[in-house]
Structure formats: structure tokens, C-alpha cells
Design a protein around this ligand. Sequence first.
Ligand SMILES: Cc1cc2nc3c(=O)[nH]c(=O)nc-3n(C[C@H](O)[C@H](O)[C@H](O)COP(=O)(O)OP(=O)(O)OC[C@H]3O[C@@H](n4cnc5c(N)ncnc54)[C@H](O)[C@@H]3O)c2cc1C
Length: 425
Amino acid sequence: MKIAILGAGYGGMVAAWDLRKAGHDVTIFESEDYAGGLASGFKEPHWDWSVEKFYHHWFQSDSEMLGLIRELGLEDKVLFPRPLTVMLYKGKWYPFDSILNALRFPGLGFGIDKIRFGFVGLYLRLTKNWRELEKFTAHEWMTKYAGKQVYEQMWQPLLIGKFASHYKEVNMAWMWARMHVRTTRLGTFEGGFQKFADLFAEKLRERGVEIRFGTRINSIKRNQDSGLSADGEIFDQVLVTSSPNLLAKLCPELPESYLKGLLELKSMGAVVMTLSLKHAISKEGYYWFNVPKDEGYPFLALVEHTNFVSSKHFGGDHIVYAGDYLELGHEYFSMSDEELLERFIPAFQKFNPDFKREWINKIWVHKTNYAQPIPLVGHSKNIPAIQTPLDGLFFASMSQVYPWDRGTNFAVEIGRRAARMMLDD
Ligand SMILES: Cc1cc2nc3c(=O)[nH]c(=O)nc-3n(C[C@H](O)[C@H](O)[C@H](O)COP(=O)(O)OP(=O)(O)OC[C@H]3O[C@@H](n4cnc5c(N)ncnc54)[C@H](O)[C@@H]3O)c2cc1C
């Protein structure tokens, strides 16, 4: 078969890998000039490693991704350092990267609250029954079972941070998915995620996959005789890995009920500023600061990347991300980089009172409309089928990895699932 794949993110690349292995003729169309999609990175000339446009790491439980890396013979390049994650309580940061530290966290209160926190954590770790949990919002379920104190201190800030005004609509299966599989150890790739994407793209090309970078597909149509036309070029099958919104625009010929399902899916965007600094922000060497939105910080997370990966890989520069998940139309999407920096600088001074503008070597701001799908109550019935009703057209995106939360691991899982369905078709 002659197969087209839209997107050289992990979903598209792994599908191409499997389809090519099965002997098909595969072309990837990628609108950007590089591979990696949302998990891509960039590099200054004096850096040995790239940094991600949107902070990224893997969990030890990311078995699909780690399995793929082994298959590509790159497992010796995966690192799991031990960075420190912290949470704020009454103006002080506390470590929050292990069960023991979580139990020591003063924000969880004493006695019964800690016991409830422990039991709820254990229950979510053990149960597999996410279908029962998706019937409730995380807000109501957590308030009922974990208790008001634990919910408001721990889980409500996370929900508000990720989903803003939608935080009371998100279902409990989303929370379950995070607690059920994620580990506290965080991993990365030697050289950065972009290095991995480049090596993967190289291996695809060696195997005979054609990758056309800088090539945006604008329309997918049924071809008169058979197959599908992607901007006029005919293929037996097409796999789209973009957002549901984009698929609806690319292929208005899809039946109305499928299009409606695509357009009804909700998601959050993200804005992330990366700073290269002359000095470290965290005096204690913390990596990930969970920032509660209601405490007046202008972002959700401050991530000091060079407390995860040594600054020696960045010519001694200290790399910090300040990021947030935002509703489309939020003012950050239209602000200039300088305006955003003005907004953020007072917050950097809260993390380190010595912080000065002169510390900044350079900033970059990356924005995306499609960063985090929003799973509502009973969401499993909203997931669009991978095999669309249009013959030969398949769709695999972040919005379909549910009940799992989006991530490169699940992009690999769904990319492989889509490839299997295409082979069976
Ligand atoms: C802020 C943020 C933090 C994250 N943190 C993590 C993390 O720590 N760990 C983790 O594993 N994951 C993380 N993720 C999620 C992860 O990036 C995604 O789940 C994953 O990259 C999705 O891969 P994909 O292949 O499905 O889609 P994408 O990576 O979005 O790939 C789609 C590709 O299609 C291309 N494309 C779109 N339209 C067209 C067109 N018309 N023609 C041609 N090409 C087109 C795009 O340019 C893109 O390259 C994070 C995401 C964000 C936004």
C-alpha cells in the first residue's frame, strides 16, 4: 500500500516505523522543518544539548516509549536523574517527590487527613475500574473521599492549574490515570528530546520512509476511483496525527456525526517561556516548583531544567521554564515576549529575591492551542474512532489516548494501535 502520515510527532513516526516494517510505502508530511512535534526542542550554537519547547520528561512507567527506544537500540541514551519536586505551603517550599515526603507535607493536615490521603492514593494505584470513576468529576469524588483539606491543598490547585475555569468539569478517571501509572522518577534523553526525534527520523529514512519536512497538507479528499487524495497526491490510506479541530478542517467530507464529535472535544492551550540565565534561580537546587494559581503567581510551573540536566550541557547557562495551561483567547496568546517577561519578572524574584533582569541571556516563548485535552464526565463515549468512517482515513491524536493523560508514551501507544488497524483494514 501507499500510505501518507500527517505529522512527524511520536504518533506519526512510530506508525510509519511499523507500517514500513510490514512492507508498505510510507511518506510522512510534516509542516515544520523538524521532527518531534509538541515534544521537539531547540538549541543555541554553544549548547551540546537541546531544550524542549514545552518542558518534557518520561516516567519509569512509560513502557511504550521505553520499549520503542529499546527497539531502536537507543536505550543507553535514556537517563533517569533524581530531580527535586516541591510544593508551596504558607510561603515555604516542601519536597513532594516521594510517598514519604508527601506524608510529611504540612499542607495535608494531621491524623485523619493524612490517612485519607494515603488510602485514596493506594486505592487509585490499585483499582483498574476507571469506567466507574469517569462517572464523577474529580472535584466531587476527591472532596468526598480524600476530604476537603486534602483536596483543596493538593488536588484542586493541580486541576485549576491545568484546566482553569473547566476544573470542576474534569472527570475522576483523568486523576486516576495520573495516580495509577506515574512514577516519581523522571527521565530524559542524552542530548535532549530533539536529539531523540532526529535519531528516530534518521532511522526511518534509513528504512525507506520518505519524510517531507516543511510540507503542510491542506486538504484530504476521497479520490474518484479509489483511495484518498492528500493535496492532490493519491494514497491507499492516510493517517492524521494533528488535533481534532485540524482534522475537521482538512477533511470536511467526513460524515457530519464524526465531524461533530471532533468539534465538540475541548482542550487547553499552553504558553511556555524558556529563559537562559547567568545564575540559577533555585538556591536549594529544586527542579519543579508546583505553583498554586491563587497565590498570585502568573504561571503554573517554574521548572529549572538545569537542576535536572547539568548546565555544563548548555555552556554553563542556567535554563528555566515558566509555563501555564490556558484557555484559548487568554491574553498570553497575544502578548509579545517582552510583555510576558515584564509580567513574569516579579514572580522570578519571589523564587529568588536576588533575581535581576541582567541575569537573562535570552528568552524564547512557545505557544500552542492544543496542549491538553479536557475529559468530561462519561468521556469514553466522546472519543473519536481511530478508523474514521471515510474509507482509508485514520486518526490518532492526544484526544484519543483516554483514559490515559496525553504524553509521548501514549502517542507511541496510539500510533502503534493505528498502524495495526491500518494493516488489518
Ligand atoms: C506543555 C506541555 C508539556 C508536556 N509535557 C510532557 C511530558 O513531560 N512528557 C511527555 O511524555 N509528554 C508531554 N507532553 C505531551 C506530548 O508532547 C504529546 O503527548 C506528544 O508529543 C503528542 O505527540 P503526537 O504525535 O500525538 O502529536 P504532535 O507532537 O502534536 O505531532 C503532530 C505533528 O503534526 C504536524 N502537523 C500538524 N498539522 C499538519 C499538517 N496540516 N500537515 C503536516 N503536518 C502537520 C505538527 O507540526 C506536529 O509535528 C507535553 C505537552 C505540552 C503541550
